[in-house]
Design a protein around this ligand. Structure first.
Ligand SMILES: Cc1cc2nc3c(=O)[nH]c(=O)nc-3n(C[C@H](O)[C@H](O)[C@H](O)COP(=O)(O)OP(=O)(O)OC[C@H]3O[C@@H](n4cnc5c(N)ncnc54)[C@H](O)[C@@H]3O)c2cc1C
Length: 364
């Protein structure tokens, strides 16, 4: 039992405001940051596995580092702040799988080769289970190459970042994640958490949303007769493509949307606005990625890969449709999120604290 004179611990608040409302995206930041290892993700939920109040007088870190609690930035342009936007692709073909340019893999491989980083934290699907991800800590090119695929499911990368520092003893880590992962890492930095000292670079991915794998599997089974064991791969073009042994089933974005994680519906960040470098698709171009360079760290990191011919680039002005498309995606994501949040508020439904100030200040 907690003694009565103690302030309520942050986990209670995190549970009430985020976890119990279905806003958690399972990044593992709360587990990573907890100084007494009291939090663990069990069965798709962060749980407090013992009474941390026995060891801490007052600690708010699990609540503070959660990407869905209060926002770090209030007002940003639709694509966030940046120095440069361009198109890029890996020079080595082996890094390109699907419609992307393999830029993330080429950047990481180059930085490892040149000893700019000593490891990378990224995600790949569990063997034979394309809808379940495992975060990895690795310094090996083969691991990076086997992860060259986009998986639209949650991954506890922030938790893997902790193990990169504390178990693998890595000191110059490149971190790859979607916008909520990036935000969790930036919140660790703002908190001046010791782990953040070992963060060399943050590569953010564009992200419209992630799926709940259990929900999506049920949906595919019910509406398309696709059994969970039959799904081999999911790809995104202008539609979602579900690959099975029997063939490919296309599902329009709007239709599949009912299976996304609850929190993604009110997320306003499409392009990982707080990353050093953001990378996303370059629709309608194939085998190219859009790259947004945001910080000096990101610029130096990227330019080194270009200088050593790991990556080739193209001016985005040559492809006005690409720029138009990503601006449209980013604008729509913000607009839709805001609309959804306002609707929830009107209906007295909970909204994540991360979007609270936007709902109060703006009109649609
Ligand atoms: C959930 C999700 C939604 C996305 N939605 C869009 C979108 O709507 N529009 C768009 O343009 N781009 C989207 N992307 C990004 C895009 O698909 C590519 O990630 C990006 O273009 C980089 O491609 P690349 O070929 O340069 O990267 P690659 O060299 O292929 O590297 C991809 C990297 O992403 C990592 N990764 C894969 N899945 C995850 C995951 N779930 N969480 C964290 N890391 C992961 C891999 O470990 C790998 O390091 C999304 C990505 C994800 C993960």
């Amino acid at each position: 039992m907690r003694s009565k004179n103690r302030l309520p611990l942050a986990f209670d608040r995190l549970k009430k405001m985020i976890i119990d409302q279905g806003f958690c995206t399972l990044c593992g930041a709360c587990e990573a940051a907890c100084p007494v290892r009291a939090i663990k993700i069990v069965e798709e939920k962060p749980q407090c596995i013992y009474d941390c109040a026995k060891y801490l007088d007052h600690c708010s870190i699990c609540y503070d580092v959660c990407p869905h609690t209060e926002a770090l930035l209030i007002e940003t342009p639709n694509l966030g702040c940046y120095r440069k936007i361009l198109l890029a692709q890996a020079v080595e073909r082996g890094m390109k799988v699907g419609p992307g340019g393999g830029v993330v893999t080429a950047l990481l491989t180059h930085a490892l080769e040149k000893d700019i980083i000593d490891s990378a934290v990224f995600s790949e699907a569990k063997a034979g289970v394309p809808m379940e991800l495992k975060p990895l800590v690795s310094s090996v090119q083969d691991d990076l190459l086997s992860a060259v695929e986009i998986h639209f499911f949650p991954s506890a990368v922030a938790k893997a970042f902790r193990s990169a520092v504390l178990e693998h003893r890595k000191q110059r880590i490149a971190f790859v994640g979607i916008p909520c992962h990036v935000l969790a890492l930036r919140k660790l930095e703002v908190w001046q958490h010791k782990l953040a000292e070992n963060l060399k670079i943050v590569i953010g991915l564009f992200c419209l949303w992630s799926f709940s794998s259990s929900k999506l599997l049920r949906y595919l089974s019910r509406n398309y007769g696709i059994k969970p064991s039959e799904v081999q791969r999911i790809a995104l073009t202008t539609e979602y493509l579900i690959h099975t042994k029997k063939g490919i089933t296309s599902i329009p974005l709007q239709e599949i949307k009912s299976n996304v994680l609850n929190r993604c519906r009110t997320c306003m960040d499409f392009s990982s606005e707080l990353a050093d470098i953001s990378v996303g698709g370059a629709n309608p171009l194939k085998n190219w990625s859009t790259v947004i360079i945001r910080s000096k760290t990101g610029e130096d990191f990227f330019n080194d890969a270009v200088k050593h011919k790991a990556i080739r680039t193209k001016n985005i002005d040559e492809e006005p449709d690409v720029f138009l498309q990503i601006t449209k995606m980013a604008t729509n994501k913000k607009r839709t999120a805001l609309r959804e949040a306002k609707k929830r508020k009107r209906l007295s439904k909970p909204i994540p604290p991360a979007i609270e100030s936007f709902v109060d200040d703006r009109t649609t």
